[in-house]
Ligand binder design. Sequence first.
Ligand code: OFO
Length: 165
Amino acid sequence: ELSPKILAALNQQVEMEAASSQYYLAMASWAEVQGYNGTAQFLYRHSDEERTHMLKLLKYINERGAHGLVPALKQPEHQFKNIQAVFDLVFKHELAVSKEINNLVDLCLFEKDYATHNFMQWYVTEQIEEERMARHILDKLKLIGEDKGGLYIFDRDLATLDTAD
Ligand code: OFO
């Protein structure tokens, strides 16, 4: 049985994953409109993956006999300065997600909910990958700087870059 605190924290995490999905969807749409089609494809895939993160939590809550709640949608920002700014925001957002996940893991130990603690380990591992990927993309962008040709190749490569699922 999930404690009320754990249930509230899990539902809050459902909301955060849904918000991540919306956020990356807004970035994907922006990139597409700007003509960065490869980046858009990458961000659309990333948005889909965040939805699967949300679903996994929702189903876990239900499996434990509680009720996973579908959160309301908030409109994310939809104007971005440039590609660099987009991935700066992705990285910052992933750091915020990692922090929330760590808090949830902490709470599991405090509440002695070892089943949820175990379930959350998937997210802990996933965040290592998500942070690594964002850092990797930012490193590439730093190398490219103002080089238009480099940005063209970057965008083309992102079309097929694996997102961390
Ligand atoms: Fe971006 O990762 Fe979900 O948790």
